[in-house]
Design a protein around this ligand. Structure first.
Ligand code: GDD
Ligand code: MG
Length: 347
């Protein structure tokens, strides 16, 4: 069975971090989202994943080809953004003609049971089966209305009127080739606004209610929350603790130290600190509640609190980065600089 990840668009809500890094390469507890999603697809029985991208697709191509993902991946690149439906049309030559396609939004991390969803989809004879999660406020999402048998009888994207708790679209679907044939050609199409409401009104849509973890990391605050909460799960954190080669460094848990990081003596890390691979923490640096992307250098005696540091950033000696700051990729923070609380530093 094949899968497709919708990973285009401009990820404006993740700027400035997304200016130099496609969403799929954002680290989630130190490991790129695409790796985590490929592994999840693989566990669900998907054998090939199509990455439907446009923005920064070359970066993604280079990165994905360099690393070994758990599931085979191929890229399908749009010239101009085609919404959530158009990219599926574009990938049609790559799809199986008589099997459902598993589609996932490329900013969602969850432990949705794909095998369960696929089984229900096959048994029910529905044209589309979509995973749902419950939300207190459904307005930023797609809201489904269900009948007593969990059939979806209504679907409304970004409803203004329904404020109460409800079942929302988790951004994970099984779609039959018939649904894919319904998607108009040659223009951007929204699955959620143009296709799902029709299928729901025709009674051709089934739901798969998910009660495990689920995060849409498409906005920076949500990205940070997802990292902090998933850090507490052993399947994300792994079993890394203090490396024996750094006996004098102090690491407060929960924290995650990626591969090939170097942490010098007397550095203090954590709690809730996530270092991607190849991060270098110099002597005396104090880094708490912070996410550092790959290949950052956190200088001697610097202090960093509750911030996100983009890839390749260098933080100078004795620099101070105040709470809630976001530093774009490749920025150099000079020695002894003071970055005020809540700053966004662009490249
Ligand atoms: N290839 C491609 N081309 N992908 C796109 C495009 C495009 O033009 N536009 C958006 N996408 C991708 C995004 O990268 C994202 O992974 C996914 O499609 C959904 O788009 P978002 O912009 O993140 O939508 P949303 O978060 O506001 O709402 C969607 O997700 C919610 C769950 O998180 C909808 O599917 C809602 O119904 C759903 O509840
Ligand atoms: Mg989203």
């Amino acid at each position: 069975m094949k899968g497709l990840i919708l990973a285009g668009g401009y990820a404006t809500r993740l700027r400035p971090l997304s200016c130099s890094k496609p969403k799929l390469l954002f680290p989630l507890v130190g490991v790129p989202l695409v790796d985590r999603m490929a592994a999840w697809f693989g566990r669900g029985g998907v054998t090939e994943v199509i990455l439907a991208v446009n923005h920064l697709s070359d970066k993604l191509r280079v990165d994905v080809s360099r690393r070994r993902l758990d599931t085979k991946t191929v890229l399908s690149v749009e010239e101009t953004p085609l919404g959530t439906g158009g990219p599926i049309n574009l990938a049609r030559p790559l799809l199986d003609k008589d099997e459902p396609l598993i589609v996932a939004n490329g900013d969602v991390i969850s432990d949705i049971d794909l095998r369960g969803l696929i089984t229900v989809h096959a048994r029910s004879g529905a044209e589309a089966t979509i995973a749902l999660v419950s939300a207190e406020d459904p307005r930023p999402f797609g809201l489904a209305t269900l009948d007593a048998n969990d059939r979806i009888i209504g679907f409304e994207e970004k409803s203004e009127t329904n404020r109460g708790p409800g079942w929302i679209n988790a951004g994970v679907y099984a779609l039959t080739p018939k649904v894919i044939a319904m998607i108009p050609h040659g223009r951007p199409v929204s699955l959620e606004r143009e296709i799902f409401p029709i299928l729901a009104s025709q009674g051709k849509m089934r739901s798969w209610k998910h009660t495990g973890f689920w995060y849409d990391i498409g906005k920076i605050p949500d990205y940070i929350i997802a990292n902090r909460q998933l850090l507490q799960r052993v399947e994300f954190r792994g079993t890394t603790s203090v490396e024996p080669s750094m006996p004098m460094a102090m690491i407060r848990q929960p924290s995650y130290i990626g591969e090939n990081c170097t942490i010098e003596d007397s550095a203090k890390i954590g709690p809730y600190t996530i270092l991607s691979e190849r991060v270098s923490v110099k002597r005396g640096a104090e880094v708490s509640e912070t996410i550092a992307f790959e290949q950052t250098t956190l200088g001697e005696n610097c202090t960093i609190e509750d911030s996100v540091i983009g890839e390749g950033v260098t933080v100078g000696k004795e620099a101070m980065i105040g709470k809630g700051s976001i530093i774009a990729g490749q920025v150099v923070i000079p020695d002894r600089a003071i970055i005020r609380t809540g700053s966004v530093i662009l490249n």
